[in-house]
Design a protein around this ligand. Structure first.
Ligand SMILES: [Zn+2]
Length: 283
């Protein structure tokens, strides 16, 4: 049985995984309040469980690194149980982890993000790893609405999927029902907020805006967890495993043309730290 968890491998096994051209994947999420009914590890548990299942089913193709468990979370600090890493620190931490994977020899690095506020920071980290090292790094984000695009299991009204919501609660009910306080499940919909700032993926969501979370919700819930169920969770989890496998496979086999640098003379900027064209692998 091929190992697929980086943490369980020996260094020669990691070297073999690099030689085999496997994709290094890492969950990145948060320890963050998720209302009175879900544990604060919800984001970590969801993305880690999905990636570990992806690795378990296709161990010859993927290696799963331990989760980056803390994210950028200043807006939620009024609720106990939330941890926030300053954005510059978080960005550099992600960058250093990805840079280490590239230094090991991995040439495809993919993060699955489970916490929306991490998005712009992880995006910058993956762009920089791609320009600064011979590896290509990418971010899988915003997959949650796509998971339901064909399943169409959602039943909550607009605003029902955002945080500690129909979808996250369903995932958690599938993964660890014993940790869900079902007796405390209660909906809080973003009543009165313009649709431009509603976080539901089905909403317009055209303004990037984050107030203090206590200004959006009393309980910490932003959505309709009363619509959650184990069956939805199981189906969405299967859908997510399939979708992430597909995304990671296409990223693994992606073939880009060789770089060309049109600047006359010895290029020095931008990309002072980036690898010269001649050292960049081309397939
Ligand atoms: Zn969450």
């Amino acid at each position: 049985m091929t190992k697929f968890l980086l943490a369980e491998m020996t260094w020669p096994e990691v070297r073999d995984a690099v030689v085999a051209g496997r994709v290094l994947m890492q969950p990145v999420a948060a320890i963050e309040q998720h209302g009175p009914h879900l544990p604060v590890d919800a984001d970590n548990r969801i993305v880690t469980s999905i990636l570990e299942e992806v690795g378990r089913r296709s161990p010859e193709e993927f290696v799963i690194a331990p989760c980056i468990p803390y994210g950028f979370n200043d807006h939620n600090m009024e609720f106990p149980g939330t941890v926030s890493i300053r954005p510059a620190t978080f960005l550099e931490y992600c960058y250093d982890a990805g840079h280490s994977f590239a230094t090991m020899g991995f040439r495809r690095i993919l993060w699955l993000n489970g916490h929306g506020s991490n998005r712009p920071l992880v995006e910058i980290a993956v762009r920089r790893i791609t320009t600064d090292t011979p590896a290509y790094a990418a971010l899988a984000d915003n997959i949650w609405a796509k998971v339901d695009q064909t399943l169409r299991l959602r039943t909550s009204p607009l605003g029902g999927i955002a945080h500690a919501c129909e979808q996250e609660t369903s995932f958690y009910l599938h993964l660890r029902p014993d940790l869900v306080r079902e007796d405390l499940i209660a909906d809080e919909l973003p009543n009165g907020l313009p649709e431009h700032v509603v976080h539901d993926p089905a909403a317009l969501n055209t303004l990037t805006f984050m107030s203090w979370y206590s200004q959006r919700t009393k309980s910490g819930v932003d959505g309709a967890p009363s619509h959650a169920s184990r069956d939805k969770g199981r189906a969405w989890f299967e859908g997510a495993v399939g979708l992430v496998t597909e995304i990671a496979r296409s990223f693994r086999t992606m073939d880009l043309p060789a770089r060309h640098d049109e600047r006359p003379g010895q290029p020095w900027s931008p990309g002072l730290r980036s690898v010269p064209v001649s050292e960049r692998e081309t397939s």
